[in-house]
Design a protein around this ligand. Structure first.
Ligand code: GUN
Length: 291
């Protein structure tokens, strides 16, 4: 049996499910779901991610449009645009692609987004709802990770899970989602954790989300570990035409033999984050039209 947790395969399965639901809604006379993606400036990787999001939307029948802004836009103008999207009934959801230029406060931007349209699941309201019985729009990467655990039936009941990375939107959110299961022992580490190996060596599941290549090496994991690698970094690779390759936080090649299951990078969590965005957009749409 393959040890690879195939995010492309699972995301394609979910895209098929989404596509069917949208076709049914359209057959009933509804308009397609609508998503806007705000991209500020020309940050190279962001443009690639945004294009992948637009393509995925098109594949399932979500009407997605890019709003491309110059990187000299100021906080007020961006807030005005967000206010307009918040009140536009023809827009089901929108995201502001990160990172943003230094003169713009990411937190101010996020808190301007109405939680009901926050399909990234980044606002306080949505992140806070992870710990509520009334779950709202879940942070997209965390939702993607939990979907992989579910669809691969990774057995973590009564097991030790170590999350490396404690950012609000990603690592912290994933850890909190795991805690909510109430059957897992969750340890949260980050890039400042001393002697990380002493913690990871006992883990049954390691989820790494810090963006440091080769942070998790073979000597840090036990035989039979499952690994979900959320990290995405560019490292130089002269053998590639682009001059770089994309890697995760985990030394995939050397850990592969020891692992029970492992995500590749790319092709693991990345496609799942995108499909979670589609799922959140569909959720807003279905709730709005009571489908
Ligand atoms: N930049 C990298 N990943 C993401 C994401 O999931 N959402 C947004 N808005 N920006 C990102």
């Amino acid at each position: 049996m393959s040890k690879i947790i195939d995010g492309i395969k699972i995301s394609n399965e979910i895209k098929d499910e989404i596509s069917k639901k949208i076709s049914i809604a359209i057959d009933k006379g509804h308009r397609p779901p609508s998503l806007k993606i705000i991209l500020v400036g020309g940050h190279g990787p962001s443009r690639i991610y945004v294009n992948a999001k637009l393509k995925a939307c098109e594949a399932v029948g979500i009407d997605a449009q890019l709003i491309s802004l110059n990187d000299n836009i100021n906080q007020e103008d961006l807030s005005d645009l967000i206010n307009n999207l918040n009140t536009d009934n023809d827009v089901d959801g929108f995201i502001v692609q990160l990172p943003l230029p230094d003169n713009i406060s990411v937190q101010k931007v996020i808190e301007h987004i109405h939680p009901s349209k926050d399909v990234d699941g980044f606002t306080n309201d949505n992140i806070g709802s992870i710990t509520s019985t009334n779950k709202k729009l879940m942070p997209a990467t965390g939702l993607g990770v939990m979907t992989l655990i579910e669809r691969y039936a990774i057995d973590i009941e009564s097991k030790k899970c170590v999350v490396i990375g404690s950012s609000r939107n990603v690592g912290g959110a994933i850890a909190q989602m795991l805690v909510q299961r109430e059957d897992v022992t969750v340890t949260v580490c980050n890039s400042k954790t001393k002697n990380l190996k002493s913690i990871t060596i006992d883990a049954d599941l390691i989820i790494s989300a810090v963006g440091i290549p080769n942070l998790v090496t073979e000597d840090m994991v036990k035989e039979g570990v499952s690994i979900i690698d959320v990290g995405i970094s560019r490292v130089e690779d002269s053998s590639k035409k682009s001059g770089y390759k994309i890697v995760g936080d985990v030394d995939f090649e050397n850990i592969y033999n020891k692992a029970n299951l492992i995500t590749p990078v790319p092709g693991g969590v990345g496609p799942m984050t995108i499909v979670s965005l589609l799922q959140n957009t569909l959720k807003v749409y279905c709730d709005k039209f009571k489908i």
